[in-house]
Design a protein around this ligand. Structure first.
Ligand code: T4K
Length: 377
């Protein structure tokens, strides 16, 4: 077998999409002419309208990042007590509950979708439960129907952390139309970004008013401050970049669809590697490409692969390991007991997010897969 040489430069798990600098300069000139830098300026208003259309949702409020947006989502619904969520997510998800003085209750995940297991939610409900905070992890939709059915039966609110799910549609319906509120992250590492940024989407006009007050210190007018709000505002420069980036998102998605197919082609028959699930009736965004490595049948552990990849200049990531339930701030919770989370604990040891961004070439992906296959024993 021929020896595989390391990549000449580091291959990261992702790379942000950069717009043409001239387009940014042009928009900056508009901002300079307007003498308006932040606090609900014209770029902000236009981006809110454009994203409302793009995501096919009734109402949308922009934010300076997805985490502040989620904190405000909990405030806007006046959540308290306990909220049922997933341990298999980015740290921000349970942290927004803690910032609202709410106890996260970790529910196990589904072995296929890696999302909260809707069949296990009901057994975790107590008199203190006020909501379900589910995550469409890696852009794969949760079981939205079952979650809503449980929420309706118990009078619970539903918030979706849709940080990974920009542009995803279920049966032609924008994914932001499910639950009470959904949050999108527009961080630089996402398929669509505003450098840093995020949004809350929902179907209730009064809720939009409340959310918009909460993200602006609760200021109603110069004489009245009506609630203890925060500063969650997106500035004009990032809103303008967001407007430009809307023209890039479909092209980037198409490039990732192509790379996703190459990964599938190379890896679907490799014993011990599980590729991403497919979802009937769902328009996916192909933001991530995540594999699961079964040590028994692949002959090597995920951690071995992660370490060895680095020697070839491939910087894959263990999204999401450690589980949130293993963080020092959460592991004392009853629901964090690994016996309660067998699937999440198993998947947390197996997942690896592979490099995925439009700038990758077909040959790069084929080489990454060849390196991976060379590790097999
Ligand atoms: N909920 C969920 C489920 C989330 O995944 C996230 C964020 C949130 C909520 C919170 O939303 P935000 O408040 O962030 O809007 C990254 C992102 O920073 C984070 O937004 C994202 N999830 C998470 C999954 O990934 P890190 O700590 O892994 O990022 P970092 O800096 O290691 O970047 C990853 C790779 O990207 C680097 O190895 C190289 C490349 N990179 C990164 C940046 C920032 C670049 O090439 N250029 C860059 O500018 O969290």
């Amino acid at each position: 077998m021929t020896k595989i040489e390391p990549f000449a430069e580091r291959i990261y798990v992702t790379r942000p999409v950069f717009p043409k600098i001239e387009e940014v300069t042009e928009k900056l000139q508009d901002i300079w002419n307007s003498k308006w830098l932040t606090n609900n300026g014209p770029q902000h208003s236009m981006l809110e309208r454009e994203l409302t259309d793009f995501l096919r949702v009734p109402y949308l409020s922009l934010f300076n990042n997805g985490t502040i947006a989620l904190i405000v989502a909990c405030q806007s619904l006046r959540l308290s007590g306990e909220v049922i969520t997933t341990p298999f997510t980015f740290a921000a998800t349970p942290h927004v509950l803690s910032w609202n003085n709410i106890t996260p209750i970790f529910c196990d995940i589904d072995a296929e979708t890696m999302n909260i297991d809707a069949n296990k939610i009901e057994s975790m409900i107590t008199p203190h439960t006020t909501a379900i905070l589910a995550v469409h992890v890696f852009g794969i939709p949760c079981d939205v129907e079952k979650i809503q059915e449980i929420a309706d039966r118990y009078g619970l609110r539903v918030i979706y952390d849709a940080a990974h799910a920009f542009g995803v549609e279920i049966g032609g319906k924008g994914i932001g139309n499910f639950g009470d509120i959904s949050m999108f992250s527009f961080h630089a590492t996402k398929l669509y970004h505003t450098v840093e940024g995020g949004a809350l989407v929902h179907g209730d006009k009064n809720l939009k008013q409340r959310i918009d007050l909460l993200k602006n210190f609760g200021i109603k007018n110069e004489e009245e401050v009506v609630m203890p709000g925060i500063n969650g505002k997106l500035d004009e420069i990032r809103a303008a970049i967001g407007r430009i980036m809307l023209n890039y998102v479909e092209d980037e998605r198409q490039k990732r669809i192509f790379l996703h197919k190459i990964y599938n082609e190379e890896l679907s028959d490799v014993e011990g590697i599980k590729i991403m699930p497919t979802c009937a009736g769902v328009k996916l965004n192909y933001q991530y490409y995540v594999i699961r490595i079964d040590e028994k049948t692949f002959g090597r552990s995920r951690d071995f692969v992660y370490d060895e990849f680095r020697k070839f200049n491939v910087f894959a990531r263990k999204y999401f390991h450690p589980l949130c339930s293993d963080f020092t701030c959460y592991r004392q919770l009853n629901s964090s007991n690994p016996a309660n989370l067998p699937v999440a604990n198993e998947i947390g040891q197996q997942v690896l997010s592979m490099p995925m961004y439009g700038g990758l070439k077909e040959d790069d992906v084929r080489k990454i897969c060849a390196i991976l296959k060379s590790f097999r024993r």
